[in-house]
Design a protein around this ligand. Sequence first.
Ligand SMILES: *Cc1c(COP(=O)(O)O)cnc(C)c1O
Length: 351
Amino acid sequence: MKIKLTNNKKAKPDFSKLGFGKYFTDHMLVIDYKDGKWQEPEIVPFGDLSLSPASVVFHYGQEIFEGCKAYKSEDGKVTMFRAADNIKRMNNSAKRLCMAELPVEETVKAIEKLVLTDIDWIPTAPGTSLYVRPTLIGTEAFLGVHPSAQFKFFVILSPVGSYYANGLAPIKINVEDKYLRAGKGGTGEAKCGGNYAASLYAAENAKHQGFEQVLYLDSVERKFVEEVGAMNMFFVIDGTVVTPELDGAILPGITRDSVIKVLKEFKMPVEERAVSIDEIVAAYKAGKLNEAFGTGTAAVISPVGVIKYGDTVMEIGGGKIGEKSLWLYDRITGVQNRKYPDPFKWVKTLN
Ligand SMILES: *Cc1c(COP(=O)(O)O)cnc(C)c1O
């Protein structure tokens, strides 16, 4: 691995006011793919990329990304949570978009090296972490539609606080019955930028009406709940945790998987199955919709306080985070911060 350190270190932001994704560290990792193989990984000063304007990524959207986190405790120990699973998922996305797959072990090692290079940028306060953003783009310069033969993989780091400005305060979501994010057979289960581009319009519409997120329904019948576009969706119905099954249109979230595994570990009822929006409305009307929450690396658990579907406004949990949501938040962040045991070996100590 080549390492070129900056001699121009940036001033650190106020770690008590990080927000999400606003600041970037001093270095980044870059690995190029050409002549049919991955080149030597390089850690270089964080900075602009130089790409041909004819690069495939700009015209046909050959782009995928990932997101995971590193943590630092007061004693200076640095850990990462399920990073290898992120690179494995990136390879699934790469397959779907005809991109080169990464060697998992070497890539994770290179990312760990990057994280340790910028160790001073990892905040230690509760709720803070270093967000790690791997990205893969098609860089070959030509204007014809076929898969790029050259790729650039890069990883940037951002010290972060909570994803939502109000932390664990419940969010409001609007059920979208017109626009779609993804359909079965499409790219919904790949973590590609194109899915996000397609979701911006509905998200902006919802924002203008006071909603933080959009809940998408299935593309065929507009009947079954899929996900929130950046988070997987969970409901607690009459004491049972229920989440839509992975149907090809839903992104297989690593936090989603962690929630399911932790619930099973503690023998709590959890179901992965088709969930119709009518079932949610009926449960609400019967007083059995106990909780709703989204899951994702950025927010971990994001309680949902209001779901609007057509004229039906469902108010859940009286503006407070639910009991199971809070328990799961504590449990998963507790494993991440080494407060609880780690039976699934999700946490890796880097130093
Ligand atoms: C990344 C992402 C999620 C959450 O996945 P995690 O691995 O839990 O962070 C959910 N939905 C979409 C569309 C995503 O891109």
